[in-house]
Design a protein around this ligand. Sequence first.
Ligand code: ADP
Ligand code: MG
Length: 416
Amino acid sequence: MVDGPASVTVVSGVVEVFDSLVESKGKVVIREGKRLPFTAKETATLEISLGENASIEEVDESTIPLSWTEAYEQLLNFQNKPVVAMVIGTVDSGKTSFCTYLTNKLLHEKQKVAILDGDLGQSDIGPPCTVAYTYITKSVTDLFNLEAKNAFFIGVTSPSTAINKVIKGLTSLKKEILDTDPDFIVINTDGWVEGEDAVNYKVQLAKELNSEIIFCIQQKDELTPLLNSLEGFKKIVVESPSAIKQRSREKRRSLRELGYIKYLKNAKVQSLPIGWLKIEANEFLGLSTHHGDMKQARKVYDFLGMKPLHFAELKDRVYMVIGRSCWINDEKIKKLEEILGKKIVVIRKGEEEGLLVALYNNDRKFLGIGVLREIDYSRKTLKIFTPVSEGISIVALGRVKLDKNLKETPAFAEEA
Ligand SMILES: Nc1ncnc2c1ncn2[C@@H]1O[C@H](COP(=O)(O)OP(=O)(O)O)[C@@H](O)[C@H]1O
Ligand SMILES: [Mg+2]
């Protein structure tokens, strides 16, 4: 077992990682916070280079539980294609590794396999804060090495505040996968499994995704309430490997940051005219809408004794962006709310800086992520740091913030 950051080069012989063969000259990179089990298929010589705090440990037996092999055999026996299999388990229970193992095995049987990754906080396929899918065309030691076919941006790292969005994202991606006639769809999920809300959410997810089989990776008895609520579903309980290494919040965050780095490679600041875009946002909603009734807006300016940088009147609320050092009287805002009969949301210029965004084309194909640097209200442009350079029609703003070094800033960071 090798704990990253490390790399392993096979000098001679053959080894296996989650059923993916690595032959002579093959090189495997183990990211920080990850552990990979190498099984020698024949006498093998490895060259191992260890980074900071990396380590290796030799064990006598395979660390793949027997129940994983049995689970795979049951899955292969399903006759009605496409087979939709969902994997559930708590944080660090082995979900990703189990999915890697299953998909590698299915691939060896010449099956067409799609992996739909619903773990937005520890995503393997798409960027962090997204759900995404791809097809397995070659065996892999780490699903992170695959490239997403399409993704759906959630904008947060934890599903608890975005339940409907996650369900919508996964169902729409699954529909897209079904159009391509796969044999198997393996769906990974987030680690939020305990408590009533989590149970309800997972049950709803299983229903909406029409899972034929649910693999439940159990450590102790943490899945009992969820298992009881998943009535009517075919469930197979599998073990969480004892060799698993638990990760701290910080490790999980730094793994996510590797994801931001991967998807923001070669990024440049792009200036995009707001008028050409459809902007999907919460607090900044109304960015692409017009000022509404100009007379009304002017009345408001007069009342406040100032002209905001941006003013958008929607059905039930008014969004107003004011300068960084601008002073505004709370009492006046309250009065104005009464006069207009609407809620007024005041946003300070600069609050947008660092927000994670997703970019889509006209057909709502996911193009990539970016970091919002500035909303320039006078030039009516968005300045976005992104490697995506063409075809941007939709910009979706997330709630995660990244600093210049692509580290999540604590004020906004949520935890998976
Ligand atoms: N059978 C195993 N042997 C050794 N290490 C494992 C095994 N299964 C998982 N791990 C390691 O344990 C860590 C947690 O597993 P992972 O699959 O990432 O869990 P999850 O996706 O549920 O968070 C990872 O570093 C993974 O590589
Ligand atoms: Mg995982």
